[in-house]
Design a protein around this ligand. Structure first.
Ligand code: SF4
Ligand code: FES
Length: 232
């Protein structure tokens, strides 16, 4: 099938039919910010960081779910888009601690980088942040809910990448958290778990403590004990 021709930020470009806008942009050297999009895994459209302005569309659209189309005219960087990204970051920081200097991920954090890029350094929220204590899922895995931006990368890597399904989403709205699922009961009984052969066999949650899952966390909110508070 012939490539489709579209416009991105005033440039006329081509991409294979069906290519997602975010990928078509990347193929042409234009980076569209993203937290939840991860090539090869199911699409979530959860974080809203990849919003782009498409001519004649009634509202901004997520570049991670919309494929290029013939004649499409797209802006990935205009005033409207920058304002939307800044607002998205403001929301993501609603309950997020602002302690980058002492955070394990500080200096190599995707969220921190985006805030620097889009200038979301102020907040209109005056309410007290909703603090949830860090959860110790096992001797090696810690989960820090207020820092988690619910990008669901960990769930997808564990489920689609490793076929384990030990992580899921619990609670609703601003109380949502990543939680170990009932699958860990099965895993606990299972003699073989390809993902965690290097880790202790004592507790089921240790079985999800693989570099494969932990390494995909954009915020380092699923943290291995050996890195916690000593990595920096
Ligand atoms: S723990 Fe990390 S990878 Fe999982 S949803 Fe939260 S930020 Fe994303
Ligand atoms: S990357 Fe598109 S919504 Fe998250």
């Amino acid at each position: 099938m012939a490539d489709v021709t579209f416009q991105l930020n005033g440039q006329t470009l081509k991409a294979a039919p069906g290519t997602l806008l975010i990928e078509a942009a990347r193929q042409n050297g234009v980076e569209v910010p993203a937290f939840c999009y991860y090539p090869g895994y199911s699409l979530q459209a959860a974080c809203r960081m990849c919003l782009v302005d498409i001519e004649k569309a009634p509202k901004l659209a997520t570049a991670c779910t919309v494929p290029v189309a013939e004649g499409m005219v797209v802006w990935s960087d205009n005033e409207k888009v920058r304002t939307a990204r800044k607002t998205t970051l403001e929301f993501l920081l609603t309950n997020h601690p602002l302690d980058c200097p002492v955070c394990d991920k500080g200096g190599e954090c995707e969220l921190q980088d985006m805030v620097f890029t889009y200038g979301a350094n102020g907040s209109r929220f005056v309410e007290e942040k909703n603090h949830v204590p860090e959860a110790k899922w096992s001797p090696v895995v810690y989960y820090d809910a207020p820092r988690c931006i619910l990008c669901y990368r960990c769930i997808r890597v564990c489920n689609e990448g490793m076929g384990v399904g030990a992580l899921g989403l619990g609670f609703r709205g601003s109380s949502s958290e990543i939680i170990p699922t009932r699958a860990i009961i099965w895993i606990a009984k299972s003699a073989v778990c390809a993902s965690t052969s290097v880790l202790s066999e004592r507790l089921p949650a240790e079985r999800i403590a693989t570099r494969r899952v932990l390494g995909k966390c954009s915020m380092s909110r699923l943290l291995a004990r050996i890195a916690r508070m000593v990595a920096r």
